[in-house]
Design a protein around this ligand. Structure first.
Ligand SMILES: Nc1ncnc2c1ncn2[C@@H]1O[C@H](COP(=O)(O)OP(=O)(O)O)[C@@H](O)[C@H]1O
Ligand SMILES: [Mg+2]
Length: 396
């Protein structure tokens, strides 16, 4: 694909983004799309001045497309606040979003390109990523919440600051419950503005490396305890080891079933979708966790989030899992307890950081890193599997 010239700052006269209150159980997802281009089976090392052939190229829609799509597949009414341009990447994701039946009231269509692309160069032991986002002026989060009044707001990454804090006050007044993922965004509990926002979030769902980083805790259990003192419901996602969660004094832990791993991109987002889906129905913590694990694990069996479950797929998965668990004696990790810390603490070993992308602690939702800012990260890949790379770092 040829490289397009750098676009001008996207003008303000983008179309779309009308409001209209949402129905019961609905979710507003706020976050940019991304297209992930993954080049695998490189013939040699990548270096300036040299050309290297790749044996395989994958292109998958990602970013906030994944939670919007996943929630829609489970039957939720979803408004996704996202920006699209005239470029091929926007059009690709827009077509995918339409095919999934995502409500278009949150879409803004710009008269120029809005290209959000991550190119990943994947080798068995290493992975280099180059990310690019065209700059777009974000819509104020508070206005979006007020316009749509959803049952839940899904924020796919850690964000904080006065604007976010005020928006979460609006959410509280509208009866909107807030689910926030972390992703590898800068910010930690030593920052008062981070603590202030987390205190206004209903569910916070970092993965293990993120949880350790923002809390400074020595292990996942300690990180869970620290975060649980701030946020009503906390999840720590642990890749192939499953996840642990806390809601007040209730603790739950779930292992992930072994599956042939094709691609872990979007697994965390798919997990979030399953968890939030059951949580919005006021299901017990352990059941929310089971649904999260089901959706997360199903998603790693195909490229990107293409194998994300629909409602009947989730039911079938959970039923199968229940039968499997009943036949496996003594699986102490499958519990929800009031004092279950000992049990949850016995989960299998750690994984290293799986997402090499570190974004600036950009406190404004939907704001891109800046005109033409390029983020380059070289991160360790994990072991290979089937076709594709097992445990390769999540791209979103
Ligand atoms: N290798 C894997 N095998 C099985 N399930 C996985 C694997 N990687 C991820 N998952 C599932 O996806 C969920 C979220 O993945 P995780 O890697 O912890 O989040 P993130 O993508 O945010 O880093 C896990 O809790 C698990 O259910
Ligand atoms: Mg994640």
């Amino acid at each position: 694909m040829t490289h397009e010239p750098r676009p001008p700052q996207v003008p303000a006269e983008a179309e779309g983004g009308g409001g209209g209150h949402m129905t019961r159980g609905s979710v507003l997802v706020v976050g940019a799309y991304s297209v992930d281009l993954v080049l695998r089976e490189l013939a040699g090392p990548v270096a300036f001045g040299a050309e290297v052939w790749a044996g395989d190229l994958g292109m998958v829609p990602g970013g906030a497309f994944t939670p919007a799509m996943g929630l829609r597949r489970l039957g939720r009414e979803v408004v996704w606040a996202a920006d699209f341009g005239t470029d091929v990447f926007s059009q690709e994701v827009l077509a995918a979003a339409r095919a999934e039946g995502i409500d278009e009231r949150g879409f803004r269509h710009h008269p120029g390109p809005v290209r959000n692309v991550t190119v990943a160069l994947s080798q068995p032991q290493d992975r280099a990523m180059i990310a690019y986002e065209d700059p777009v002026t974000a819509r104020p989060l508070a206005e979006l919440i007020d316009a749509f009044r959803p049952a839940a707001l899904m924020l796919p990454f850690l964000q904080y600051g006065p604007g976010v804090s005020a928006a979460l006050d609006v959410a509280s007044r509208c009866g909107t419950r807030v689910f926030m993922d972390c992703q590898d965004y800068a910010g930690h509990l030593g920052m008062p503005e981070v603590r202030e926002v987390l205190a206004k979030v209903d569910v916070f769902a970092p993965n293990e490396p993120e949880a350790l980083r923002i809390t400074g805790a020595a292990d996942a259990q300690e990180a869970l305890d620290v975060l649980a003192a701030l946020v009503p419901t906390v999840i720590v996602k642990r890749g192939s080891a499953g996840a642990i969660a806390a809601a007040g004094s209730v603790r739950a832990a779930r292992t992930a079933p072994r599956v042939p791993v094709v691609d872990t991109t979007g697994a965390g987002d798919c997990f979030n979708v399953g968890f939030l889906h059951r949580w919005l129905d006021d299901a017990p913590l352990a059941d929310c966790l089971s649904a999260g694990i089901a959706c997360g694990t199903a998603s790693v069996t195909g490229p990107g989030s293409s194998t994300a479950l629909d409602a009947s797929g989730l039911r079938a998965w959970l039923q199968r899992r229940e039968t499997e668990t009943e036949t496996e004696m003594g699986r102490e990790t499958e519990t929800e307890t009031e004092t279950g810390r000992e049990t949850a603490g016995r989960l299998p070993g750690d994984e290293g950081p799986r997402d090499g992308r570190r974004r600036d602690g950009d406190a404004t939702p939907g704001t891109s890193p800046g005109p033409g800012k390029i983020v380059v990260a070289a991160v360790p890949d994990v072991s290979g599997a089937a076709h594709g790379r097992e445990g390769r770092p999540a791209l979103d």
